[in-house]
Design a protein around this ligand. Structure first.
Ligand SMILES: [Zn+2]
Length: 403
């Protein structure tokens, strides 16, 4: 699975290059009607318009040479387009390049999670690219779209939770949880969109966080000290179907706090009460946990395994367990003294009826995790791929693969 994701990522980033290369490749067969030359390279953008509609938009740069645009749609299996393309609508071009983007809203029959593949075909005086001869060429510009949107919450802000003042072994591989969480968040946004067609909103896209709720704006410490639930509220405000807060873990151990052994590493997924009571929420938590654990083991930063949990049967939290060596990760439901969710961000999402979870990807207080984080972009990209996979699986966009 992890290997698949890496391959997929490489394939994705090379896609644009391949399209160009194929036009010049001598083994590329151009049919009598020269489809490659007649096809416009139109890549539509998809987004959740409402729980029952998906919005498409595409540039009007080709308007001058296009008479009609056809919005095409087909089904998917395991997040790959499959079956016959259907023409959803025919839109007349205004004949002038530039101006506002072309748009179309695909109205769905229900609000159940749905995923489609879309592409834009065109007609001018001579050519209608919906024809079979143009199929391979137009398919290259197809994209996925869903009626699902995720609220991504990169934990903390600024350079919080760093080892910048530590010396010796404790200070090896400088790291800030807040900064790394932002990297995971951006990669997750990209992965959700590109691989699954899932829309997202991010609570922050820079080191600063500033959120407005009920007419009041909360920034940095004003948000996190006393109003942290606002992060979770945003899931509802931004019409998201799911909330995920991205973190790396620490220990309460006082001795060598930043020089902990590999055996401390394990994956914890903290679910909110809404997710804990939902089979979909638990499925997402179990899938993310299993994927991250497999990746962490394969990349050599963790030996411990992962124990899946059932609905309403997540593990409880203790400091002792959090700090333990050689113990498996799992799904945790942590209740506060008032009986609601312990963590403010999760309380916020629960209060709005949105399934939410905090993902503790590994422990940043282990040198081995920081070394991996330092070495390349692999760690945050693959963690993001694991998170995205679990979400897609929970919403039914992945059905046949493991975990
Ligand atoms: Zn954290």
């Amino acid at each position: 699975m992890v290997q698949d994701m890496i391959k997929q990522k490489i394939a994705g980033s090379l896609l644009a290059l391949c399209v160009v290369a194929s036009l010049f490749n001598s083994t590329y067969t151009v049919s009598a009607s020269e489809p490659a030359e007649s096809v416009h390279a139109i890549v539509p953008k998809t987004s959740k318009a409402s729980s029952k509609s998906i919005k498409l938009s595409w540039t009007s740069a080709d308007d001058a040479s296009v008479k009609y645009y056809y919005v095409m749609r087909r089904g998917t299996k395991d997040s790959k387009g499959t079956g016959t393309w259907k023409t959803l609508t025919k839109i007349k071009s205004d004949g002038k390049a530039g101006g506002p983007a072309n748009t179309y809203t695909d109205k769905l029959k229900s609000s159940a999670p749905q995923q489609f593949e879309y592409k834009i075909c065109t007609a001018d005086a001579a050519v209608d690219t919906r024809g079979q001869a143009y199929r391979d060429e137009t398919d290259k510009y197809a994209v996925l779209g869903t009626n699902i949107k995720v609220c991504i919450d990169p934990g903390h802000y600024g350079t919080r939770n760093n080892n910048y003042d530590q010396k010796g072994k404790n200070g090896e591989h400088p790291y800030s949880e807040a900064q790394f969480a932002l990297k995971i968040g951006k990669a997750l946004q990209e992965e959700l969109k590109h691989t699954y067609g899932i829309d997202s909103y991010m609570t922050r896209t820079t080191s600063r966080i500033s959120l407005t709720y009920n007419g009041k704006t909360y920034t940095n410490e004003k948000l996190d000290q006393g109003n942290i639930s606002v992060r979770g509220y945003m899931a509802k405000t931004k019409e998201c179907d799911f909330f995920i807060s991205l973190h790396t873990n620490a220990t309460g151990r006082k001795k060598n706090p930043w020089n902990q052994p590999k055996s401390l590493n394990k994956v914890y997924i903290f679910v909110n009460s809404t997710a804990h009571n939902s089979s979909r929420g638990i499925k997402i938590a179990n899938s993310i946990g299993a994927e991250l654990t497999a990746y962490n083991q394969a990349s050599g930063i963790q030996s411990a395994g992962f124990e899946a949990r059932s609905r309403k049967k997540a593990a409880g939290f203790t400091n002792l367990k959090n700090d333990s060596y050689n113990e498996n990760g799992t799904v945790i439901y942590r209740k506060g003294s008032s009986g609601s969710d312990y963590y403010g961000v999760l309380r916020g999402a629960s209060a709005k009826g949105v399934e939410g979870m905090i993902v503790e990807h590994a422990y940043h207080v282990t040198g081995i995790m920081r070394e991996k984080a330092d070495a390349s972009s692999d760690l945050y990209q693959n963690w993001a791929a694991c998170d995205a996979y679990g979400i897609a699986k929970g919403f039914g966009f992945i059905t046949s693969r493991r975990s």
